[in-house]
Design a protein around this ligand. Sequence first.
Ligand code: ZN
Length: 381
Amino acid sequence: MTILLTGIGLLATQDAELGEIPEAALVIEDDRIAWVGAASSAPAADERVELGGRAVVPGFVDSHAHLVFAGDRTAEFAARMAGMPYAAGGIRTTVAATRAATDAALRVNLARLRTELVRAGVTTFECKSGYGLDVATEERSLRVAREFTDETTFLGAHVVPPDIDRDDYLAQVTGPMLDACAPYARWIDAFCEVGAFDGDETRAVLTAGTAKGLGARVHANQLTTGPGVRIAVELGAASADHCTHLTDEDVDALAGSGTVATLLPLAEFSTRSPYPDARRLLDAGAAVALATDCNPGSAYSTSMPLAIALAVREMRMTPAEAVHAATATGAKALRRNDIGSLTPGRRADLVVLDAPSYVHLAYRPGVPLVAEVWQSGTRVA
Ligand SMILES: [Zn+2]
């Protein structure tokens, strides 16, 4: 079964050789991309879809999201907007609600957020645990997450819960909790931050996880400078996430590594915090990804288009760089080479925009421009 999508005003493939193709077409065969090029030279297909000059980009890859939780933090957000500062620790409200929630309730909430993500053009998303913080709830959080995505991350090292001694908790995270969660997780993550986990603790957690076959990713340098980025690079983590407060050494370490700097501007937007300096990282040669960080505390948004608009308007990325960061480099942050670009052979995940160019994602912030979403060759939104 082949489908020809034609009348594409601008096809931004995110493939280095194919580049951007005006007046383009694309052929899907089953769940894969079979051909891309000029509409005038497109091959015949079983079915033909005319897109009327609209732009097409790859499906967005959201490589950082916290979607298994229960409860509501509206009051905390309102208080922060009234002048209270954001600090690690408000997580505890969500932990109490998540522990009390049934699997069915967690599943319903995650399904609702997945629907939002798809409508925003996201065709692959990562999902972390980290609101259970005990063996049973972390395990079932990941079991539920695995029903929705293969990109599941064990984040027992989110914060030390209030009801347990710090060393005892670390022994759990690197021992029985890891054992229970590893079968449902692809990744291990730790929140390396003042008020969460220090460098030695972060290294111990990640090392225990990688010994179990999990890949490493790190919440690094969000609120303060610290050792997170350097540990991520040293351990060969796929991604160092946030990267808001970096030293020159951190920037150099990222630029010389295979670790992606994943920037999460919806967190800075939602906490009225200074944005990370994307330009400095790009100019140094670091790989920069964009993700939502969707979570109930510091960034309760599933909007990759808004993250792109913020990156362009507040972080001095060009529209082309921001779209690349939300697609191809997001895939790199998940060490995936089957998604993230519209290259023949890759999964047919793509977004049709109600606009002649992807530039409109930044030019028209907040406007719902995602007209169609195709996932594995099937239209899903
Ligand atoms: Zn996060």
